[in-house]
Write a protein that binds this ligand. Structure first.
Ligand code: HGY
Ligand code: MN
Ligand code: MN
Ligand code: MN
Length: 423
């Protein structure tokens, strides 16, 4: 049996799988590539090599993002940007973010193999910190590129933003020879960027349920994140009477159920979801009544109004529980992202590209998941392409895609570039 070369889609899937194991994941083999961590650094080196093989020049910007550039027919031409993120959530899947970068490399490799060039450059950005899985905020490096990092006032906030080991952003950057102020120089000039395109797994069940490989994104849901700190009174589990307790964990437990109730019972708020993803009691040992709890809140909806109504109801419920249980409640806002529409002209081009490849009119859908594209839309017109993923599972090692769908993705992005050049 003569073995054949892998298709671009098969190669892309194999590369995502390769990037899912040590040294690209953490020392336990768990896929967890936090920005500036060892797994992230190894990943950047591997992806940079694949960019070079695809005929791109490669650099890392002052926010440790990886950027490959495929020149156009004239030097220093403005660029059509492709991108997604190289980081992952803890114990995540192998395709979230990464597939968008690796598939774009296959698109450029195809142009390079045939010497095809355009009146613009093509760049691919592998963002370092989309998930916000290491530090309490998200998309720091995307904000640096889009020129909106000031929102987090890097010189002040970066000392306060610490990871689970107490390392703050400033220290993590210093470990790479970078600085908060230096990060600001990663910003791109508006005139150098023509548009931003992000291919990403759907992370939902729609495309699979409708038997479609690809979908075009019309917009991305509004999102807010908070850190909630509760302070009660630690005590001896054996001697502190129940009637005297100010147990921060029982208060937090009531609050978590209130979050679930508000989001589940809200009427007419399509796409409203609310999640407590992380909860840490202190001191977290068997024979101490927890005096402190820190937990996170993530609320999303199709519109800011629906999102904010739910946030208000949740905060009111939390305040009532804290008062009844004599617990101090501290609410720290960590993220506030408006619902972000995709650019209608680019949407039309992407729909045509998908129709060319699949022979079907494109399925248009909203993204409940957040993406770098939300921030990049502040710099340039953006559009997203969704790829079917098995059972819609994501942020889970069971995340899976079909190589044939990735071939369609690469073909659709290739068609998009040609349509973009012609328009
Ligand atoms: O949270 C999100 O939606 C994305 O995975 N960062
Ligand atoms: Mn994700
Ligand atoms: Mn993602
Ligand atoms: Mn993303």
């Amino acid at each position: 049996m003569v073995s054949r070369d892998p298709s671009p889609g098969e190669r892309a899937v194999a590369r995502c799988n390769q990037l899912g194991v040590p040294p690209f994941s953490d020392e336990t083999g768990l896929l967890y590539r936090p920005w500036l961590g060892p797994g992230f650094v190894a990943t950047v080196e591997a992806v940079a090599q694949w960019m070079r093989e695809a005929g791109m020049s490669v650099r890392e910007d002052a926010a440790a993002n990886l950027i490959g550039r495929y020149e156009g027919t004239t030097p220093d031409a403005p660029a059509l940007l492709f991108g997604s993120h190289l980081d992952s959530v803890r114990d995540g899947g192998r395709y979230d973010g990464m597939l968008g970068v690796i598939a774009a490399i296959e698109v450029v490799a195809g142009f390079h193999a045939h010497g095809e060039r355009f009146p613009f450059a093509i760049e691919i950005i592998g963002f370092g910190d989309e998930e916000g899985s290491r530090f309490p905020v998200t998309m720091l490096t995307t904000r640096a590129v889009a020129g909106v990092l000031e929102e987090h006032d890097p010189n002040a906030a970066f000392a306060e933003l610490c990871d689970a080991n107490g390392i703050n952003v400033q220290q993590a950057l210093a470990g790479m020879g970078l600085t908060p102020r230096g990060m600001m120089t990663a910003r791109r000039r508006r005139e150098d960027v023509l548009a931003y395109v992000e291919a990403h797994i759907e992370q939902g069940p729609v495309l699979e349920a409708e038997g479609r490989a690809l979908g075009v994104v019309s917009g991305i849901a509004a999102q807010r994140r908070f850190e909630i700190r509760l302070h009660g009174q630690a005590g001896h589990a054996g001697t502190m009477a129940m009637s005297l307790r100010r147990d921060a964990l029982t208060a937090a437990s009531e609050m978590v159920l209130a979050v679930d109730r508000v989001a589940s019972e809200a009427q007419g708020a399509e796409g409203l979801v609310a999640t407590v993803g992380s909860l840490r009691p202190w001191p977290g040992v068997v024979n101490v009544v927890p005096g402190d709890v820190t937990f996170t809140l993530d609320v999303r909806a199709g519109t800011e109004r629906q999102r904010d109504d739910a946030v208000e109801a949740i905060i009111t419920a939390m305040g009532d529980i804290a008062a009844r249980r004599s617990i101090e409640l501290d609410l720290i806002p960590r993220e506030n992202l408006a619902a972000t529409p995709c650019d209608s002209r680019l949407l039309g081009l992407m729909e045509r590209a998908v129709a060319q490849v699949t022979g079907q009119s494109a399925r248009v859908l909203v993204s409940g998941a957040g993406h770098d594209a939300m921030i990049m839309a502040r710099l340039a017109p953006m559009v997203m392409l969704f790829i079917r993923c098995e059972k819609g599972i994501s942020h889970n090692p069971a995340e899976a895609v079909l190589p044939a769908d990735v071939d369609d993705t690469i073909a659709a992005l290739t068609a998009f570039v040609r349509l973009f050049a012609g328009n």
